[in-house]
Design a protein around this ligand. Sequence first.
Ligand code: SAM
Length: 322
Amino acid sequence: MQYLEATRRLYTAAAQTPDDQLCCVSTPPWRMPDLQIPDIMHEMNYGCGTTVHPRDIPDDAPVLYIGVGGGLELLQFASLARRDGGVIGVDNVPEMLEACSANLEQARELNDWLTPRAVQLRAGDALQLPVEDDTVGLVAQNCLFNIFREEELDQALREAHRVLRPGGALSLSDPISPRPIPPHLQADDRLRALCLSGALPLEGYLARIVAVGFGTIEIRGRRPYRILDKERFGLDEHLLLESVEVVAYKTPVPEDGPCIFTGRTAIWFGEAQSFDDGKGHVLRRDVPAPVCDKTAAALDALGLEHLIVTESTWHYDGGGCC
Ligand SMILES: C[S@@+](CC[C@H](N)C(=O)[O-])C[C@H]1O[C@@H](n2cnc3c(N)ncnc32)[C@H](O)[C@@H]1O
């Protein structure tokens, strides 16, 4: 397909000549204890947001990272996993794999703990992963899936689901759009490869993740990403793209729909020490309880004077029940 070829060409060039302007975010240099990151990895940071959240690291199954770029997030995952075979990186651009391998070599000079077998690089495609079924604890991708058209996006999500063991997690960081991106921009292969015109509205993006079988979803972060301004991009109105960090779990999708945590909280402040909704949610008085959107809506609908349900913060950090 022509746009996939255009994507390969763009990232071949980005592997050969690092371009710190290629991706459109300026993130502060990531610091972790006992981790030195070579400058070249920052220059080749072609992602938005992060997929690296320490609490997701599996102890007994590898992390699979799709679309390696300069290796920054591979190194961060390796630093957290700290074991041989802890991280596998897959990319379909040979030059990117070579650059990433050279960058990891530099990282080994700076970090004694980084063994040659901590990260294994494999040539392969997100649409046909070179990985066995049900073997991976965490799959991560940053700023790749948004490039795909919907058919390929569904295929990439099915592949991530296939290789994850039950209960495993898919960590994604991608741009999203407040409304569908107009067809003339979607059809621009270069803008798409630059992560500027393939973004979906959040609801559509999440619906596709659920459709392949991820039953629990957490929104870990959401922030401004880029303006597509009406003059340069031929639009009626400016379009503010955001980036979103999502972690989706390979758990069965409940009959009444997925559990999607967007940072909503329920707080009971009535006379009783706790409030029980009879559906498995017991709220202790005055203690904010993170709840998924389905439960938030059900609790809100009760219309109780001493129960408030807060809006989405788009920053969920665990501790909730569905
Ligand atoms: C936007 S860059 C992101 C790189 C890296 N994730 C980061 O955050 O810096 C996209 C990466 O995906 C790779 N890539 C593009 N198409 C791919 C595909 N179909 N399968 C696997 N990797 C692909 C590119 O070579 C590049 O390394």
